[in-house]
Design a protein around this ligand. Structure first.
Ligand code: C2E
Ligand code: MG
Ligand code: MG
Length: 394
């Protein structure tokens, strides 16, 4: 789905007919860039393109298309700086309406991340009946305790020391196989099942932390809390009253976008968490629109820079500047900065130079089941590992 940015503004300025004429011109241009593709114009400023391609080629084509279409156009003698956002989803799954709705969600995701192109809609194109059965199975998995948590170490960028681990949901579905959290968490957020899911996560993490302690390791666990839950003013108390053993070794990661919905209610919940000794982090920072000036009003002690920015660190011109200034500003506001998705030595080296406090990513470790986390922590204590950590920290 090729969606024209600010089409409503254009509509208002030049009127219905001229705006539609411009959209028709856009569709022709798409045909020139991608011969043999099918095209459907949608009234609200989008063109749907059907194109036979591999996922990698589709991504490259979408990027090229976004570049080709992003330039000024004349509409009724008025110069409009055209920009498009493209959502790409796999056809052939679900019916047409479901595909369009998934493409539409991909466009929304792209806008939220300030990206031109988004491949996949998170929870994908899924027929409604499928969604229902997935949620039914999820409720059962929570009841039967068949979900898992894996833990990904967060490491101090200077010393290489592991300071915490992020808990990530793992669901091995008896028929579907591995279902990634990016698929079921967004649906659970919409159905409300996220509340029970979160309670399960907190309960399991506390139990796992106690098991880890018996294996000789004390480590903070950081849990992902869906921001939508914070809109409910009583949520903080309700969640905490289930748990007596938080003991200052739990952190919550809350996605940035969620905080903006209703800042006041979110704030009251965050204060309850902070007073209970839970460390609070903003997750996926940079994918939303909140300013640090806004975030400083919240009891937040850590900022996690979104994987997208970190991934572009070594190739983009702009992202290193953004990350560097974000780190400096966060420090000035008394927050620590974690970079997520660190998967190459070059990226790590750059982040160290920039003064990033903590790093997390495949380069350091993948998310691990609890017993392998214990092995990893033990290995970190060997003299060789300590020497290696010293080398990393230069
Ligand atoms: P997130 O909180 O931003 O988690 C980081 C994701 O990045 C994880 O994906 C992790 O496996 C992945 N990752 C870590 N290092 C690297 C790397 O070097 N390269 C790349 N490409 N990826 C890396 P995962 O486990 O699939 O989780 C996806 C998202 O699902 C999470 O994003 C989080 O938003 C959500 N999620 C996971 N567990 C929970 C949970 O218990 N509760 C809630 N509410 N959301 C959860
Ligand atoms: Mg997270
Ligand atoms: Mg994240």
């Amino acid at each position: 789905m090729v969606d024209v940015d600010r089409f409503d503004v254009l509509d208002e300025l030049v009127g219905y007919t001229a705006a539609r004429r411009m959209l028709a011109g856009l569709a022709e241009e798409i045909a020139r860039t991608l011969p043999q593709c099918g095209r459907t114009r949608l009234g609200r400023g989008a063109v749907v393109v059907d194109w036979e391609s591999t996922p990698a080629a589709a991504e490259a084509a979408a990027e090229a298309l976004a570049r080709a279409l992003g330039r000024p156009v004349e509409v009724a003698d008025y110069r409009f700086d055209l920009a498009v956002t493209i959502g790409v989803v796999e056809a052939g799954i679900g019916n047409r309406a479901e595909q369009l709705s998934a493409a539409d969600r991909a466009v929304t995701t792209a806008r939220r991340r300030h990206a031109r192109v988004q491949i996949g809609a998170g929870d994908g194109v899924m027929p409604a009946t499928d969604r229902l059965s997935l949620m039914r199975d999820l409720q059962k998995a929570i009841r039967d305790d068949t979900l898992e948590l894996h833990y990904q170490p967060k490491v101090r960028a200077r010393s290489g020391e592991t300071v915490a681990a992020e808990a990530l949901l793992r669901w091995n579905h008896p028929q579907r196989g591995y279902v990634p959290p990016a698929m079921f968490v967004p649906i659970a957020e919409r159905t409300g099942d996220i509340a029970a899911l979160t309670e399960w996560v907190v309960g399991r993490a506390i139990a796992d932390q106690a098991r880890l302690l018996r294996m000789g390791h004390t480590l903070t666990f950081d849990l992902n809390i869906s921001g939508g839950l914070l809109a409910d003013p009583g949520y903080g108390w309700r969640l905490l009253h289930h748990f007596t053993a938080l003991q200052g070794l739990i952190g919550f990661e809350i996605t940035e976008t969620a905080m903006i919905g209703d800042p006041e209610r979110a704030l009251s919940n965050l204060q309850i968490f902070a007073e209970a000794g839970i460390r609070l982090a903003i997750d996926d920072y940079g994918s939303g629109f909140s300013s640090l000036a806004y975030l400083r009003q919240l009891p937040i002690t850590e900022l996690k820079i979104d994987r997208m920015f970190v991934a572009n660190l070594t190739t983009s011109q702009r992202d290193p500047l953004l990350i560097r200034s974000t780190i400096d500003l966060a420090h000035a506001l008394g927050m620590e900065v974690t970079a997520e998705g660190v998967d190459s030595p070059t990226t790590l080296a750059l982040l160290q130079v920039m003064g990033c406090d903590q790093v997390q990513g495949y380069l350091l470790s993948r998310p691990l089941p609890l017993d392998r986390l214990a092995t990893y922590l033990t290995a970190q204590r060997t003299p060789e590992a300590i020497a290696h950590q010293r080398r990393i920290s230069g």
